[in-house]
Design a protein around this ligand. Structure first.
Ligand code: NAD
Ligand code: ZN
Length: 405
């Protein structure tokens, strides 16, 4: 991992504004203080992030402050940074896929303590609402994903500021910062022996794709599964199909360079919609004698979503949407496709309950039942975070790990 850089975080004493460098042994000394640290701020849509000294306020009621050690880039960050198909909220600290250590906890927090190893999650679990009590849902009433909120729930304020001016949060996580403040219900405590530079990708991409297949599509042994979009989320969905015993895993992508890579993930056949004159759903129906048993869409493109639905077999086919659509996208299909007994579903975070389920998924990696290494194609220091955006925009990376120290 190279030689560690000197810590760049400071405590900002409220009375004196004196800046003091933190050594690891002094970690607890920062509790209750404003910490000044580096964060990558998105000032404007589509403009490179700028590493700034940001003030991070102490955690309030039911919040924890986390020292982020590794974060990675998911396509959802890129959509909200581009703000082409999403509402612009700036200046903002993006990032939601990460691993870190609890630095301090706010009032009422009993489930986490300083020093705990944790994964932040963009959707949460209050453990009290009807969704949290239901075995079927992970759509917590209080903490479900909210892409437009830029402040904390407790007081509708941001914990980040520069010279007293607020910088907005993203997905309640804002992990492109050396320190961040998150609601305790969006923080999963994991095995401290788990390598955070690997399991950080479980905090979004891996669990989303893997869960979309194993928890939602639920392919039977020997079945056929089409995966639309062979980025990290789609390949994690393919991994779910492989462990479920699917016999045919058909990868669909418009970027042909994805195909070679996808072989490592058990994808058995490839279809590039650009190679065919007819719609890709018809191509898939032809090669599968009427359609696939299951499909999982991981592109964010509404036409791919429609194809993913229309390519499943009538009578029993199930399609699962995962990609985050453009805010004005409309899904259009003929109702007869439903009458013919096809099912359409969608999921956030692969239907995993973030706090209850994520520690167990991490254990599966620790027991060597799951592979994460093959998803990690790039790694950059925090100072080069913009490179991670370039790799994703060029379709070169699956996951690029951003090292904070
Ligand atoms: P990625 O950019 O790494 O991968 C997306 C892949 O889709 C690329 O290989 C791209 O070439 C392909 N693609 C794009 N348009 C296509 C089309 N029309 N037909 C076929 N392939 C197409 O992105 P990722 O990080 O793997 O994320 C995938 C999607 O999942 C994104 O939309 C992201 O926002 C979404 N996501 C959803 C959740 C959730 O909980 N539902 C969580 C994380 C990510
Ligand atoms: Zn994500």
């Amino acid at each position: 991992m190279g030689t560690p850089r000197k810590p760049t975080a400071y405590i900002l004493h409220k009375e004196s504004s004196e800046k003091k460098q933190i050594k690891p042994t002094e970690m607890a000394a920062t509790a209750g203080q404003v910490i000044v640290c580096k964060a990558a701020v998105a000032w404007e849509a589509g403009k490179p992030l700028v590493l700034e000294d940001v003030e991070v306020a102490p955690p309030q009621k039911m919040e924890v402050r986390i020292k982020i050690l590794y974060t990675s880039l998911c396509h959802t960050d890129v959509y909200f940074w581009e703000a082409k198909g999403q509402n612009p909220v700036f200046p903002r600290i993006l990032g939601h896929e990460a691993g870190g250590i609890v630095e301090s906890v706010g009032e009422g927090v009993t489930d986490l303590a300083p020093g705990d190893h944790v994964l932040p999650v963009f959707t949460g679990e209050c453990k009290e609402c009807a969704h949290c009590k239901s075995e079927e849902s992970n759509m917590c009433d209080l903490l479900r994903i909210n892409t437009d909120r830029g402040v904390m729930l407790h007081d509708a304020k941001s914990r980040f500021s520069i010279s007293g001016n607020p910088i907005y949060h993203f997905l309640g996580t804002s992990t492109f910062s050396e320190y961040t403040v998150i609601h305790v219900g969006c923080v999963a405590k994991i095995n401290p022996l788990a390598p955070l530079d690997k399991v950080c990708i479980m905090s979004c991409g891996f669990c989303t794709g893997f869960g979309a297949t194993v928890n939602v599509a639920k392919p039977k042994r020997g079945s056929s599964v089409a995966i639309f979009g062979l980025g990290a989320v789609g390949l994690a969905a393919a991994e779910g199909a492989r462990v479920s015993g699917a016999s045919r895993i058909i990868g669909v992508d418009i970027n042909p360079s994805r195909f070679e890579q996808a072989k490592k993930f058990g994808v058995t056949e490839f279809v590039n919609p650009k190679d065919h004159k007819k719609p890709v759903q018809e191509v898939i129906a032809e090669i599968t004698d009427g359609g696939v048993d299951r499909s999982v869409e991981c592109t964010g493109n509404v036409d791919a979503m429609i194809s993913a639905f229309e390519c499943v077999h009538d009578g029993w086919g199930v399609a699962v949407l995962v990609g985050v659509p453009h805010k004005e996208a409309v899904f259009k299909t003929h109702p007869v496709n439903f009458l013919n007994e096809r099912t359409l579903k969608g999921t956030f975070f692969g239907n995993f309950k973030p706090l209850s389920d994520l520690p167990g998924v991490v254990e599966k990696y620790m027991n060597k039942e799951l592979e994460l290494e093959k998803f990690i194609t790039h790694e950059v220091p925090f100072s080069e975070i913009n490179k991670a955006f370039d790799y994703m925009l060029k379709g070169e990376s699956l996951r690029c790990i951003i090292r904070m120290e």
